[in-house]
Design a protein around this ligand. Structure first.
Ligand code: NAP
Length: 473
């Protein structure tokens, strides 16, 4: 009989699929000697990219280096005994569900939300109508998106949605070349953004200023752009009675403050800067117009009505308007995608779970399988939200370990996983491979006063990772 799980003789073995914030917080909580003194655990984190950190590398805007600095916390986790990283290894291509259950006591799915939500309107697929999430991945040097091209030779860009991603997109389109040149924006994006002819960035919210999903610091930042004015029509910030009442509550500080900031913007005079960021509310796109490419967006004006489930919903009026635009970014949220062999709730686009324990189609929890982050709860919250979320899942996992309710792997030896990957994916990237990529990117950025110059193709990333392997032989 195997000894107790979590001891020197029988370390707890956990596989985490996805190395973004939620995956790293889960790894950090399992490997924390303070949280779990005496627990001996081995955590293998897999990622389909050669690089870790998920949206911290591929999502956070390049002009937000302080947010990116959270990766230092993950670096500490990676330095703990028992941690291993296997990049360039894709679940469902290189490693499968059956491999995981034969090598680990528990599996945590931390794959985030890879796709985007669609507007479902005519013309949405015209050239020039794009997902903000693709634009974000492109400017952040995600190797899958490097080949994309965005036509920035147009005068007006429309950004649909009132979340923080919409804010990021607006800022990235409005930053000056000098500002961009100090960031780690991907070189291909830097070149394109430098030549951008965009003069106006128009953000469209389907509800009002009191319902906007962006947070206060992001909204304030718009007002501090070096070469872009922020314009809000005073009529747009005049709240209807329901909205005015809705922001009075104690938990409504963010919305109240957003309305205050927007009111201030609406009273300010444009300073005649090179670009304008215009915020409009209570309008929903109903069609994207154009023959061969986007020429405009038709919107319907909305009114807000209380909904039976609480909150205020937008309802279309019969007033329509067409706005000329050369590019449209839909920034209405990310969407999770299913993993082969793992339960999936199509409607919520998440892995069904109870406090992180994966729930199968029969309504029962699946032994030894867990989930964290956006694929667990949907694409909401800031990076730090994932810490609490991951802790909850890991606490349930450790309860199951104590109750003997995890997987009994046939072959828990850590070297078996390495052998399997050497055979199936010889060019997988270990943590030292990532450190080589990191060092090279930083060294390349340094002479230009940039935090790093990103390697943005698989070939470049893998070549950089191989260099360490070669130099350590
Ligand atoms: P989000 O915060 O969920 O915002 C989505 C926006 O799209 C909302 O304004 C929503 O309006 C609107 N929307 C949804 N469906 C729509 C439709 N069919 N037509 C028109 N508008 C529609 O999503 P996100 O901006 O993608 O951000 C995802 C998460 O990442 C958020 O939690 C965000 O705070 C976080 N994030 C944080 C930062 C940061 O901290 N700096 C940066 C980026 C992202 P309704 O409210 O009416 O549904």
């Amino acid at each position: 009989m195997a000894s107790v799980i979590g001891t020197e003789q029988n370390p707890l073995r956990v596989a985490i699929i996805g190395s973004g914030p939620s995956g790293f917080y889960a790894a950090g909580h399992i490997l924390s000697p303070k949280a779990h003194p005496g627990l001996v655990a081995e955590v293998d984190v897999f990622d389909r990219l050669p690089t870790p950190w998920g949206l911290v590398r591929g999502g956070v805007a390049p002009d937000h280096p302080n947010i990116k600095a959270v990766s230092r916390v993950y670096e500490k986790t990676a330095a703990r005994p028992g941690f291993r990283f296997f990049g360039n290894v894709e679940f469902g291509r290189d490693i499968f569900h059956e491999d995981l259950v034969s090598h680990y006591h528990a599996v945590i799915y931390a794959v985030g939300a890879e796709a985007d939500k669609r507007m479902g309107i005519p013309g949405e697929d015209l050239p020039g109508s794009v997902a903000a999430t693709s634009f974000v991945a492109w400017y952040n040097g995600h190797p899958d998106y490097r080949h994309l091209e965005f036509d920035l030779s147009v005068r007006r860009a429309v950004v649909v949605g009132n979340g923080n991603v919409a804010m990021d997109v607006a800022r990235m389109l409005a930053l000056t070349p000098a500002e961009l040149e100090r960031t780690d924006v991907a070189d291909h994006a830097l070149e394109a953004l430098r030549d951008s002819a965009i003069e106006e960035i128009l953000l469209l919210g389907r509800r009002g200023p009191a319902q906007a999903a962006f947070t206060n610091p992001e909204l304030l930042e718009l007002g501090e752009m070096v070469d872009a004015d922020v314009l809000v029509d005073p009529r747009d910030v005049a709240l209807d009675e329901h909205s005015a009442a809705s922001i009075e509550g104690e938990g409504e500080i963010t919305s109240r403050r957003n309305v205050e900031i927007l009111t201030r913007y609406s009273a300010a005079q444009a300073a005649g800067k090179r670009r304008r960021i215009v915020l409009r509310f209570l309008v929903s796109p109903v069609a994207v117009h154009g023959e061969d490419r986007v020429r405009g967006v038709e919107v319907v004006h909305n009114q807000l009505h209380p909904h039976e489930t609480g909150g205020l919903r937008a309802r279309a009026t019969d007033r329509r308007e067409t706005i000329e635009a050369g590019i449209v970014f839909r920034s209405i949220g990310y969407r999770g995608v299913p993993l082969p062999g793992v339960p999936f709730d199509e409607q919520r686009a998440t892995i069904p779970n109870r406090e992180g324990r994966v729930v199968g189609p029969d309504g029962e929890t699946v032994r030894g399988e867990y989930t964290v982050g956006w694929i667990k709860r949907g694409p909401s919250g800031v990076i730090g939200t994932n810490k609490k979320d991951a802790n909850e899942t890991v606490d349930r996992l450790l309860e199951d370990v104590a109750a003997g309710a995890v997987i009994e792997p046939a072959d828990p030896a850590p070297q078996s996983v390495e052998a399997l990957l050497n055979e199936r994916r010889p060019d997988h990237v270990t943590y030292s491979g990532w450190q080589a990529i990191d060092a090279l990117e930083r060294a390349t950025g340094e002479p230009h006063g940039r935090p790093r110059v990103k390697l943005a193709s698989f070939d470049e990333l893998l070549a950089a990772a191989r260099e360490t392997v070669r130099s350590s032989l």
